[in-house]
Design a protein around this ligand. Structure first.
Ligand code: ADP
Ligand code: MG
Length: 398
């Protein structure tokens, strides 16, 4: 497909896409949109940064615009992602759209959301926890929801949202259209899709467990003592926006303070910050008010900030798949980026597991060792990598 305007989309949507400088669909969009416009269920997977939001957003907005009674619910794992998805969908609806929306996320004031809900919104975007709160308090009705999107489903399951999602699904009519998107397709997701999707079109673009292409990867072997000093010199050696991943919530704030003292422009984000502070941190980073964002995995999930040029893994992630999501923060939509890992001797095992996930072929070629072979390839194989480095299941939100 060469151009969006060949799809027969509503004119207002064509204009909005033009305004957003979206002209040519990405592969996941090209494959998803025609089926979704027909009302088919979709099970879509593609690596991060490939344009999944518009893959569901375009058909969703098209159907909302052409059916004055249609309504849609989009669920995402984090508040930031919900905010981001909402703003992309609103951009597609266009500035002059009268269509009412509601953003249902935790950490934000209930009265504001109640006001939005009373305005009879036809587009709802939110996180499972808060959506459930509204359902339980009787603020929210979903019985005429015609479209449901589960975005970043792998992450929602990793964060322990499975039962919350199932509870919400009971309120939505079975005749709906459902679109499920995920960066990876582990068994748990295939199972959910069998239960909740109706004869879906299955669309997988590229290998699901491989990072975006134009990323330069560097590894720095360091001792625990020299780690911070090395980080400083790496930051000095780079220009452009950087995201630094650390393990703990407390660690993000401490690191941001230390970096600021060392003369860098830095701020921190993690899941315990109040929502208005998180919003401010993200907005300021987006507007390049400071250069370095120090983050935990959950807080950074799905963030789409085009100018991030470097991802520095100060601490390695809890599980190998998180690594792919981390480095997906850079080199978005075909731009170039770099990723660097600081690996201490204590972390060598973790680093090897990440390498096996990223380059299964290389490991196979290098080693004929049977034990090794068994562990390459599918991410689900990593659950045997020991307690210290298990897959991301039911991990506490960072
Ligand atoms: P994903 O959900 O797959 O990680 P996003 O939907 O967040 O990816 O998109 C990544 C970036 O690509 C965003 O900045 C988005 O605005 C941009 N983008 C998506 N589709 C297109 C397109 N067809 N043309 C230009 N830019 C696009
Ligand atoms: Mg996404």
């Amino acid at each position: 497909m060469k151009h969006f305007n060949l799809l027969g989309l509503p004119e207002a949507l064509n204009r909005a896409l033009h305004h957003m400088q979206f002209s040519k669909p990405t592969p996941i969009q090209a494959q998803t949109i025609p089926h979704a416009l027909e009302g088919r269920d979709i099970l879509g997977s593609a690596q991060t940064g490939t344009g999944k939001t518009a893959a569901f957003g375009i058909p969703l907005v098209a159907r909302l615009l052409s059916n004055p009674r249609g309504s849609a619910l989009v669920m995402t794992p984090t508040r930031e992602l919900a905010t981001q998805v909402m703003s992309q969908l609103q951009a597609m609806l266009g500035k002059r759209s009268q269509l009412k929306t509601a953003l249902l996320i935790g950490g934000e004031s209930m009265p504001k959301q109640l006001k939005q809900l009373r305005s009879r919104p036809r587009l709802l975007v939110g996180t499972p926890g808060r959506i459930n709160d509204h359902l339980q308090q009787g603020n929210l009705m979903l019985h005429d929801t015609g479209m449901l999107v589960l975005d970043e489903t792998d992450r929602m399951l990793d964060m322990g949202f499975t039962s919350q999602i199932e509870r919400i699904l009971k309120f939505i009519p079975k005749t709906r259209q459902t679109m499920l998107f995920s960066a990876t397709l582990p068994n748990s997701i295939v199972k959910i899709s069998e239960k909740y999707l109706n004869n879906p079109v299955r669309i997988a673009v590229d290998k699901t467990v491989s990072p975006a292409k134009k990323i330069r990867h560097d590894v720095l072997r360091v001792s625990e003592e020299e780690k911070y000093r090395k980080l400083l010199s790496e930051l000095d050696a780079r220009t452009g926006s950087v995201i630094v991943f650390v393990k703990t919530k407390y660690g993000t704030e401490k690191m941001a303070r230390q970096l600021s003292k060392a003369g860098h422009n830095a701020d921190a984000i993690h899941g315990d910050l109040r929502q208005n502070i998180r919003n401010r941190v993200i907005t300021n980073f987006r507007n390049q008010k400071y250069r370095i964002l120090v983050a935990t995995d959950v807080a950074a999930r799905g963030l789409d900030i085009p100018h991030i040029e470097h991802v520095i893994n100060y601490d390695l992630p809890q599980c190998a798949e998180d690594y792919i999501h981390r480095i997906g923060r850079t080199a978005r939509a075909g731009a170039e980026g770099s990723a660097m890992c600081l690996v201490t001797p204590a972390n060598t095992g973790k680093w090897n597991a990440i390498n096996r996930l990223m380059n299964p072929d290389a490991v196979n070629k290098k080693s004929n060792n049977k034990k090794y072979k068994k562990r390459t390839g599918k991410p689900s194989d990593f659950k045997n990598d020991g307690k210290k480095f298990s897959r991301c299941i039911n991990r506490e939100a960072a």
